[in-house]
Design a binder for this molecule. Sequence first.
Ligand code: GLU
Length: 437
Amino acid sequence: MNAVPQSPFGFAPQRTPANAQLNLNVRSLAPSATLAVNEHSARLQQAGKQVYRLGLGQSPFPVPDVVVQALRDNAHQKDYLPVKGLPALREAVAGYHQRVNAVAGGGEDVLIGPGSKELMFILQLVYYGDLLVPAPSWVSYTPQASIIGRQVHWITTQRDHGWRLQPAELDALCRGDPTRPRLLILNYPSNPLGVSYDDDQLAALAAVAQRYGVIVLSDEIYGELYHQGQHRSIARHYPEGTIISSGLSKWAGAGGWRLGTFLFPPALRWLQEAMAVVASETFTTTSAPIQYAVVRAYQGGPEIGAYLHHSRRILRALGGAVVEQLAAAGIQVAEPEGGFYLFPDFTAQKDSLAERGIHTSPQLCEGLLRERGVATLPGSDFGRPADELSFRLADVDFDGSEALKAAAHQGRIDRAFLNKYCGRVMAASAAIADWAT
Ligand code: GLU
């Protein structure tokens, strides 16, 4: 299969004499789109340009104080820890999943890694099966499969279904070869859509996965940022075949700490063991001070509860306000239900954009950045056709620390609050609306 070209924007490396000796699976890939747009935006800012940074999906919020304090207290931890993770952390993660998701499991079912991204790569390496991903999905799942040499099947989703994967779509893909080994990555709340699945939808998808023995990697890294605060896991409907992927990056503002977690059912212990072998030969173990500190994050409590409550309130109000601004300009966009992404679509503006020489989503994102200083990512990086004028916007360019402090003393989060504390996102979405019309 051909790798999806990575941004910014739609750039793919040339084959040159110098890279001719590279592994064929890597030679056609460029650096990951999310990280490339972040570094590109930083360079533009250093050169004195005004850039609204809606490209990288980095949490705007600080790491909760109690967790930062735990890291200070553990700065002296210096020993290599067990490959699968610090036992106390594995227990805390399992306890968290029991408490929050009502998913059973003990510390022995948990694997800790330096980011869930690394764990996903190792899973794809050890599991011999095709990768199934709904389109659109996050930018790195399929390049990981391509690096390893796995078959990738993008499953096209429909706007009428809110872009959610339908049981019939999964069934249609599996029916022709029912016993083929397959791994489905299901991410909800979704990056890039912001939408999630309700319990009935999860149960129906679980039934199909179960019928064909499809392993589900349930990427729930945005689960705590489900705006209503009642995230559900597909693992409750398909416990024996679901691995829950999560980590600290999104809900605790700790992307740079690099800590990811997998929770396995006992039936998939063989995969966990195989992953631990690869971990022992590659990353060895995850940073010791970080693991000790993160035990505190997974223990929860009132400070972390309040932090999450206010984070969700801000993200919900901001997502709603951006949708209002874009919709008022005739731009199609689904109301986000969780996380900090929106996935607008300029199909209705296709003709006027074509007159300006814009026919693809990479051209659209180039235009937005060049003419309005708004950095976003094209839908093509998420598996959508390049001529669909969709793009992802991460509504994160604001000072989350100030916003959280203010939200704690604020009744309803209204426009005045958003203009004051999330002004750059509001200005950027106004600029997008104006540019497109
Ligand atoms: N998940 C984040 C995003 O989609 C950034 C982290 C990454 O891609 O490694 O923007």
